[in-house]
Ligand binder design. Structure first.
Ligand code: CMX
Length: 435
């Protein structure tokens, strides 16, 4: 057993009595009321999920296992000469709750290396799809195609899996799957956009560096991607990709089925696809200006035109956050250091000044501030990844770290199949006293 798995086993043993006690002794304690507006309104704010992996405070933003983004960037071990931490160290933290030592991280790096070979049939599946298929469809299909590899599904079928050891099989699937995602993502990119010239994985490189290598992009893109994958990893359990992955896994579907489903949710324009939408939206504007940075007045007009035509301003607003997303801030700081004079970055910075007061005046969005997607595309664009349809795949590789850690813990803590109750409109009218 790997040291990470051993540590996880210990953490799970320690944690299980807490969950059992809450259910058995305090199961009837009321957590909160649910209003009709929440029942109809996408369950906003209803407290009905548990995760210890990340917590999203509306004003402070995300904390991973209790650590803010700046703390994560400072405390996690980094490769020599790198600005950003190992992605593998972040996974260690998400799974165990502990900051890993350099040695702990190197073990995960080695574990990934031993699991990263992608089966040939995955490439065959990708190659049979029409080349203009959206890269998120390809990414999700590749993951689903690998379901036959699931050790969880095999153990369940053979009867060796039970409620106490489900997590051990889930862990194996999770590690096998995560190790392969950079190669699948980069393969889709090079096949689709770079004249079908995939670059083989370099077995000596860590997660972020190997991804940059397979994309064919030089330093500091390895650091860009380490930052990117870490920032996008987890955002509590209620967002569409996390919740879907958790929900599907609650039926004891394995990690392949669950992640593929979660990614299909990430592919929606109100969720992960917003980073593609931001770039498309800004590019349309810049094209109409002859590729120059628009003035503040021009940007204001463009924002109002967007709103008045009934569309959202992509990259702004959030269901939970009520301030600038710290994931936006982290990327902005990187951009200020590495690409301060880039025209696209200048436009994004100008939008940061222009959009919040407009959304406030517009009076609909509860949060006028930028979210992570407002910034992600600009940095990719600067380093040469200009095919913005691909951006959500990058988000998906990062998001997999969080949602797969979560479903490992879901199985460890014996969370049951999810099944909220529906009401009819008649019933709601009766509750409201109007029927
Ligand atoms: N531009 C224009 N209108 C917006 C808006 C924006 N950026 N954000 C919210 N609104 C509108 C909503 O569409 C809604 O309008 P209606 O009452 O007409 O339906 C109203 O303001 C209230 O919405 P809200 O409670 O503030 O926001 P929600 O929790 O319903 O939705 C989100 C959150 C992110 C989907 C929404 O802010 C949005 O559509 N933003 C633009 C897309 C985006 O950036 N998505 C990425 C989010 C991060 C991620 O998941 O990746």
């Amino acid at each position: 057993m790997s040291k990470l798995k051993e540590k996880l086993a210990k953490k799970i043993e320690e944690h299980r009595p807490r969950t059992t006690r809450l259910v058995k002794e305090y199961g009837d304690v009321v957590v909160g009321d649910v209003k009709i507006s929440q029942v109809i309104g996408g369950m906003r704010g209803v407290k009905c999920l548990v995760t210890d992996i990340s917590y999203l405070d509306p004003y402070e933003g995300i904390r991973f296992r209790g650590y803010t983004i700046p703390e994560i960037m400072e405390k996690l071990p980094k490769p020599e000469g790198a600005e950003m931490p190992y992605v593998e160290g972040h996974l260690y933290l998400l799974l165990t709750g502990d900051i890993p030592t350099e040695e702990d991280v190197m073990e995960v790096v080695e574990e990934f290396k031993s699991r990263k070979k992608v089966p040939q049939y995955v490439y065959d599946v990708l190659r049979t799809m029409p080349r203009d298929t959206h890269p998120m469809t390809m990414f999700s299909a590749a993951i689903l195609a690998m379901q036959r590899e699931s050790v969880f599904a095999k153990a369940y079928k053979e009867g060796t899996a039970n409620k106490m050891n489900y997590w051990e099989f889930m862990y194996e699937d999770v590690m096998n799957l995560l190790a392969k995602l950079p190669e699948i993502g980069a393969y889709i990119y090079r096949m689709k956009y770079k004249g079908d010239t995939p670059i083989p994985s370099n077995p000596d490189l860590d997660f972020g560096a190997d991804f940059a290598h397979m994309m064919g992009i030089d330093k500091p893109y390895d650091d860009v991607m380490r930052m990117y994958f870490i920032l996008h990893s987890d955002h509590e359990s209620g967002n569409v990709s996390a919740h879907t992955t958790h929900l599907v896994a609650s039926a004891l579907s394995d990690a392949y089925y669950s992640l593929s489903a979660g990614l299909n949710g990430l592919a929606g324009p109100l969720h992960g696809l917003a980073n593609q939408e931001v770039l498309r939206w800004i590019q349309n504007l810049m094209k109409s200006m002859g590729d120059r940075v628009p003035t503040k007045e021009e940007l204001e007009k463009y924002c109002w035109d967007t709103l008045n035509s009934g569309h959202v301003i992509p990259g702004y607003g959030h269901a939970v956050l009520r301030k600038t997303d710290p994931r936006y801030t982290a990327q902005r700081e990187f951009a200020l250091k590495h690409l301060p004079d880039d025209p696209l970055f200048k436009t994004v910075s100008l939008l940061y000044e222009v959009v919040p007061p407009i959304l406030e005046k517009h009076g609909k969005a509860k949060n006028p501030w930028p979210n992570v997607d407002a910034h992600s595309g600009v940095i990719q664009w600067y380093y040469g990844v200009r095919e913005y349809d691909f951006y959500t795949v990058l988000f998906g590789i990062g998001r997999a770290l969080g949602v797969l850690s979560n479903i490992t813990w879901d199985r460890a803590l014996g969370y049951p199949i999810e099944r909220p109750k529906s009401l009819t409109t008649d019933m709601l009218e009766e509750i409201a006293g109007i029927k």
